[in-house]
Design a protein. Structure first.
Length: 90
């Protein structure tokens, strides 16, 4: 008997909220999402990583810095989540 639940598909929009994923899933989900967002032609996406103590934000930013397809990224300006979200440009 397989103990892993069946994968759940989420719609690919211009925003990914990482709150619904376990910490050990975040990087895989992030990379899969960014790949699919690029395939769909998005030029800019928003990653919601939360505020907290910044651990998840740091993980996300380190992953973004290593991607060749990301031209820039910056924290939200405060109108839509502030430093709990990051805008990513391809």
């Amino acid at each position: 008997m397989d103990s892993d639940p069946d994968p759940v598909e989420y719609p690919i929009t211009e925003e990914l909220d990482l709150h619904m994923f376990r910490p050990n899933e975040v990087l895989d989900v992030l990379h899969d999402y960014l790949d699919l967002a690029r395939e769909r032609g998005f030029q800019r996406v928003r990653i919601v990583h939360g505020k907290g103590i910044g651990t998840q934000r740091t993980m996300v930013h380190e992953a973004l810095a290593k991607r060749d397809d990301v031209t820039s990224y910056q924290l939200d300006d405060g109108r839509a989540g502030g430093w709990g979200a990051t805008w990513v440009d391809f």
